[in-house]
Write a protein that binds this ligand. Structure first.
Ligand code: PGA
Length: 261
């Protein structure tokens, strides 16, 4: 796991954008896994700016989002499909047909989960999966206790997640109780995982993810088993990392190493 510690949210977003944009420039038919939430907004803003400036082309890119609330139609203002349209897809030259978000209104949610897995496989697998992390260490909506071998599934949200996400709804009662989410194994199958976290309320989750035991109690800790996982955090989210100085030292040393290889 590579841990990149940034000064603040802006630097974290810029670093993530550099990685994502660089990867898409190398492979125009890139299969990009995306996340919703406050964390990736700075990344999406930069992706849109780079696209407008002609620095990156999304016309052949295929995307798969991590999750969606059960029961919300795509045009519902709180749906994750709506979030993606409003914060990224409407601002880049992506073909909307190539953007996928799990269907939270499917007649058979189980069949829709299987279909989602199949669509990812048919696209050739995810090249890079963008991830945030919940205060409880969740990736996607894979709450504590979720199998680390899980595939796209329907899950029951924790009270903490409902509370955290209620800030975007009129009131807490409007937050759906269930969601469809890629499973942890689905996420681990991506060729690269790029997780971002900022702010001190994420410090415990980041500590568990990066340095804790691999455990279903912090599903993000499964990233320790991924051969190509990058974790980009700001100083506040990194504050509880035991090896903080070492991660910073590695970042400095990496440039020298690159010259030697
Ligand atoms: P946030 O959500 O980016 O809004 O903090 C992250 C998550 O819950 O996965």
């Amino acid at each position: 796991m590579e841990v990149i510690v940034c000064r603040d949210y802006e630097e974290m977003s810029a670093k993530a954008a550099e990685i994502v944009i660089g990867a898409v420039r190398k492979k125009p038919k890139f299969v990009l896994g995306l996340a919703t939430g406050t964390t990736p907004l700075g990344l999406y803003k930069r992706m849109a700016e780079a696209n407008r400036a002609g620095k990156v082309d999304f016309s052949k890119v295929v995307t798969f989002n991590l999750d969606e609330y059960v029961g919300l139609a795509p045009d519902h203002v709180q749906s994750y499909r709506h979030f993606m349209d409003a914060n990224l897809f409407n601002h880049v030259n992506i073909n909307k047909v190539n953007t996928h978000v799990p269907d939270g209104k499917a007649k058979s949610l189980l069949a829709a989960c299987e279909k989602y897995e199949q669509m990812i496989a048919d696209a050739g697998g995810i090249d890079l999966q963008v991830l945030g992390i919940g205060r409880d260490g969740h990736l996607g909506f894979n709450e504590p206790g979720t199998s680390l071998a899980s595939r796209t599934q329907v899950v029951v949200l924790t009270e903490e997640t409902i509370e955290d996400n209620s800030r975007l709804f009129q009131n807490k009662d409007e937050v759906p109780r269930f969601a469809v989410t890629m499973g942890i194994q689905t996420i681990l199958n991506a060729r690269c995982c790029l997780m971002m976290a900022n702010g001190k309320n994420k410090a415990d989750a980041v500590k568990g993810c990066v340095e804790g035991p691999v455990t279903a109690m912090n599903t993000a800790s499964a990233l320790q088993m991924h051969p190509n996982a990058v974790v980009i955090v700001d100083e506040a989210a990194a504050a509880k990392l035991e090896l903080l100085d070492y991660y910073k030292w590695c970042r400095k040393g990496k440039e020298q190493l690159t010259n030697l290889l």
